[in-house]
Design a protein around this ligand. Structure first.
Ligand SMILES: Cc1cc2nc3c(=O)[nH]c(=O)nc-3n(C[C@H](O)[C@H](O)[C@H](O)COP(=O)(O)OP(=O)(O)OC[C@H]3O[C@@H](n4cnc5c(N)ncnc54)[C@H](O)[C@@H]3O)c2cc1C
Ligand SMILES: Cc1cc2nc3c(=O)[nH]c(=O)nc-3n(C[C@H](O)[C@H](O)[C@H](O)COP(=O)(O)O)c2cc1C
Length: 483
């Protein structure tokens, strides 16, 4: 078909084309044999809207994969958090939408997406003509499996939008299944690409042994100690679990504990998550947990205990424990030069012990500032000796403590933040990342309120403060891991 000269030219060109260029080229060639005008549409990329709702980063990672793969197939997409959508009518338009949402809490949307879900739930705006697809990330050991994706799908349908591909509901082994869903949805999109380019999506490496409740590993208790001293109302256990598997994790990840069979029938056996308190660099071959024994008063007035924390608190050295690592790609240390502010009362301290050990080991130059709180200094100052050492060696640059019951009036971490407002603002202006870990309610809400007050005093209004905090959140400089 080609002349000799054309063959030579083609051979010369063919080897120099990148994947993107080859796709463009295929579209271009197809375009010039089609009716007039087609070439132009085929060579300019169409816009695809990709929105994610995430708490620990998985949905964001998949949204980025969707955008990357879509680009190869003629679509231009830059993933955004659903948090950016302030009015339902912003969803109107011709550009197809792909939503990727996790479910958290007890069947709730991820925290940053709560306002968006509420907005859509209450809206009566017409989304007729809007084409969309929905991917949910969940864990089938929770009773409300993938509820957020189901809810959002229902809201879109109710508003008249048209689902163009079946809803995906992925479980904890999502890493080996999402490429297939992406390939399917890209094929279902109204054609943006020449039909001759097949839709293929790179397969992500399966998560593997030790990274989901489906494939836990067995470790042994190396050490277990109650960190609270005599006089405390609490029992908080430092538990070291040694393992032979080559498990990789990063500070900020959590461990999922599989309850042993004795508990079967009592509970649906959802694994319980615990922030990892060790550093992979400083404590190779071990993971450390900081576990508060949860208790309640039963109707009979007796004391009852939380299932998993009781199980863990009763472990003895040498006992086996089944666990897995659950990644949190958002709650991560920044580059070594950046300052960090860690707010972690109670067991919220756990990931920060990991952070400081890791940074000390790396010789990170960024400064570390810890806010910790508990009831009494003499018996509840978790890991006191280590923090003192870290201050002495210069690994911890500042520590502020709030012991709520050591004086007449209650003092909490948010009061320390307020007291240190001007220094805190200096750190934040210098690029510091703010981390909050521990109780969602009321701690993390009170801390957020206080941060807003501190920012409002500087920025002149509460609205400006909220905008600033939202921006910090978007930039991964205000990160929470609360429960
Ligand atoms: C991302 C993440 C990180 C976490 N990190 C940590 C950590 O580092 N350290 C930590 O200690 N925890 C952490 N948690 C919390 C932990 O996962 C568990 O939720 C906690 O240990 C309680 O689990 P449990 O099985 O002991 O209690 P459950 O049996 O699940 O009970 C939950 C609560 O209900 C109470 N309860 C149970 N039955 C009754 C009843 N009949 N009437 C009234 N009350 C009742 C229990 O006392 C307990 O307080 C984290 C959670 C998440 C999501
Ligand atoms: C505290 C907590 C609660 C969760 N609750 C649910 C739930 O009710 N239903 C569900 O299907 N998945 C639930 N999950 C599982 C998450 O949806 C799953 O881990 C998902 O991959 C997280 O995605 P993300 O990283 O985008 O936030 C929960 C996870 C956590 C940590």
């Amino acid at each position: 078909m080609l002349t000799e000269q054309q063959k030579v030219l083609w051979e010369q060109l063919r080897h120099t084309l990148s994947r993107d260029q080859a796709i463009w080229f295929a579209g271009y060639v197809q375009g010039i044999v089609q009716p007039e005008g087609m070439a132009a549409t085929l060579t300019t990329q169409k816009k695809l809207r990709v929105f994610f709702a995430t708490e620990t980063g998985n949905s964001k990672m998949i949204a980025q994969q969707v955008a990357k793969q879509a680009k190869d197939h003629g679509w231009n997409a830059s993933p955004q958090s659903v948090k950016k959508i302030k009015q339902a009518k912003e969803l109107q338009g011709d550009e197809p939408i792909i939503f990727i949402t996790a479910t958290h809490g007890e069947g709730e949307p991820p925290e940053p997406a709560l306002a968006f879900f509420e907005l859509l739930r209450q809206s009566d705006v017409s989304l007729k003509g809007v084409k969309y697809a929905m991917l949910g990330l969940g864990d089938s050991s929770y009773p409300q499996y993938n509820k957020a994706a189901r809810d959002l799908d229902a809201y879109m349908e109710k508003l008249g939008a048209e689902r163009i591909y079946e809803r995906g509901e992925l479980d904890v082994d999502f890493a080996s299944h999402y490429p297939q869903w992406i390939a399917g949805v890209l094929s279902a999109l109204p054609s943006a690409q020449p039909a001759s380019v097949p839709v293929t999506v790179e397969t992500a490496a399966p998560a593997g042994k030790g990274y989901s409740r489906l494939e836990p590993v067995v470790g042994r208790v190396r050490e277990i100690i109650n960190l609270n001293d005599r006089g405390s109302a609490k029992e908080t256990y430092h538990i070291e679990i040694e393992h032979d598997e080559p498990l990789a994790y990063a500070p900020g990840d959590v461990a999922g504990i599989i309850l042993p069979h004795f508990a079967e029938g009592v509970d649906h056996l959802t694994p319980r998550l615990y922030s990892i308190a060790s550093s992979p660099l400083a404590h190779a071959g071990n993971i450390h947990l900081t576990v508060a024994l949860a208790w309640h008063r039963c109707e009979s007035d007796e004391i009852g205990y939380g299932l998993c924390s009781r199980y863990l608190a009763d472990l003895e050295v040498g006992d086996e424990v089944k666990f897995f690592i659950q990644r949190n790609s958002l709650f991560k240390l920044p580059e070594d030069e950046r300052d960090i502010i860690m707010i972690g009362p109670g067991t919220g301290i756990a990931p920060f012990r990991s952070f400081v050990w890791e940074r000390a080991e790396r010789g990170a130059s960024g400064r570390n500032w810890l806010f910790f709180g508990e009831q009494h200094q003499h018996c509840d100052f978790l890991y006191q000796a280590e923090w003192i050492d870290f201050v002495e060696t210069g690994a911890l640059h500042k520590i502020d403590l709030a012991f709520s019951r050591d004086q007449e009036h209650k003092v909490y971490v948010q009061h320390c933040l307020k007291e240190k407002a001007s220094e805190l603002l200096e750190w934040v202006d210098g690029g510091a990342v703010i981390y909050v870990c521990g109780a969602k309610d009321p701690m993390s809400k009170d801390v957020e309120q206080t941060l807003l007050e501190i920012f409002a005093a500087k920025k002149g209004s509460y609205e400006a403060a909220q905008e600033f905090l939202d921006q910090l959140h978007d930039d991964n400089r205000y990160v929470k891991d609360v429960y």
